[in-house]
Design a protein around this ligand. Structure first.
Ligand SMILES: [Mg+2]
Length: 367
């Protein structure tokens, strides 16, 4: 099997809630997503998706995905997409860094490997653990009362895990955490995710002020060293996300006991092959994970479902059904949230088929 064409379509994904806001006044109203296709000489086509959370979250941006595909694509024509280690080796040799560009191609090649072998991606990634994958709901940054008011609706949808977008004014954030925790059952889990938004002294004030509350603290500050210092001064369960962007950083944070849970995003690490390596190491080292991506629609959600479903349940902290946040469905047969859970498809590959009628014109075409 040989790769004969790499192409991409740009699609806009508006949000049901109109806007999604997080630390530092950052927000997105319409996501700019790239659907990647890898065509082969057998007629089989694999699909992937890359959707940065705007250009100001991770070092990634939507037009960069397309530019990167044009740069990388010619190096991959003629390769066997089933040979995923060789494919990633070639990608890393041809383009230094830019893991998010490589992610869409790698996901599409896992889809092809599944289609070629007749197996779902989750089986190829280690096997299906349990019946379904538990999901969390992100609560966009609003006033404390507005955020608390949203919890009832999300709980009615079956969610029992919540990620509160904080990282703003620390006094308001303390109120946000108290107001939302007050709406939850003791068995619900609440994460206060500051997305690097607090300076160290602000983070210290917040964790001290909510000391009596059952809440996880996620990525309070920008640098790893600041986060470590906050971690050393709090007994809240601690999650690292933005700083853990490589295997090296994971190993460093593990050695430093710098986190209890790690948030792994497919495109942050460079695709399913790279995240599988980190995921498997986390399982071996006993670190629970939030398994997700930066954002996306149906194809990203399918990739998350296969990644999470092939992870032992005790190490799955949460995952995300991004396709339930956006108004456009980019693929048929994608996982759908049922009572706060989703499941990976039983069909070969990712188990999805793009909805061509909603995808825009082809914007990348490498042959
Ligand atoms: Mg996070």
């Amino acid at each position: 099997m040989k790769i004969t064409r790499i192409f991409a379509h740009r699609v806009e994904l508006p949000l049901f809630e109109g806007t999604y806001k997080w630390s530092g006044g950052k927000s997105v109203t319409v996501f700019d997503s790239t659907i990647v296709g890898v065509e082969t000489d057998t007629g089989l086509v694999g699909y992937g998706e890359v959707c940065p959370l705007g250009p100001f979250y991770l070092p990634a941006y939507a037009e960069g995905v397309r530019a990167g595909l044009r740069e990388l694509g010619p190096h991959l024509i003629g390769m066997d997409p089933r040979e995923l280690a060789k494919l990633n080796h070639r990608m890393d040799a041809a383009l230094k860094g830019h893991p998010y560009v490589k992610s869409g191609i790698d996901i599409a090649c896992w889809d092809l490997l599944g289609k070629a072998t007749g197996l779902p991606v989750c089986v190829l990634m280690g096997g299906r653990f349990g019946e379904s994958v538990r999901l969390y709901r992100a609560i966009s940054q609003e006033s404390p009362d507005a955020m608390a008011a949203k919890v009832t609706g999300y709980r009615a949808e079956g969610y029992t895990r919540f990620q509160l977008k904080v990282g703003g004014d620390p006094d308001t954030d303390i109120e946000r955490i108290r107001a939302v925790r007050g709406m939850l059952l003791p068995t619900d889990r609440l994460v206060a995710d500051a997305n690097t938004g607090w300076t160290q002294h602000e983070a210290m004030r917040v964790v001290r002020a909510v000391r009596d509350i059952d809440v996880y603290i996620e990525q309070p500050c920008l640098s790893y060293e600041e986060c470590r210092s906050v971690r050393a001064h709090t007994d809240h369960p601690f999650v690292l996300d933005e700083n853990i962007d490589s295997l090296d950083m994971l190993l460093r944070a593990k050695a430093d006991l710098a986190m209890d849970v790690v948030n792994l995003k497919i495109s942050k690490l460079g695709g399913l092959s790279k995240i599988k390596q980190v995921r498997d190491l986390c399982v071996s080292m006993g670190i629970a994970m939030t398994l997700e991506d930066s954002w996306g629609g149906d194809i990203t959600t399918a990739a998350i479902a296969h990644l999470a479903h092939s992870t032992p349940e005790e190490f799955r902290f949460t995952s995300t059904d991004f396709n339930s946040y956006v108004t456009v469905s980019t693929a048929a047969n994608a996982p759908k949230r049922i009572n706060g859970f989703m499941a990976a498809s039983q069909a070969p590959g990712l188990g999805i088929e793009p909805n061509w009628n909603v995808l825009g014109p082809r914007v990348v075409n490498v042959t």
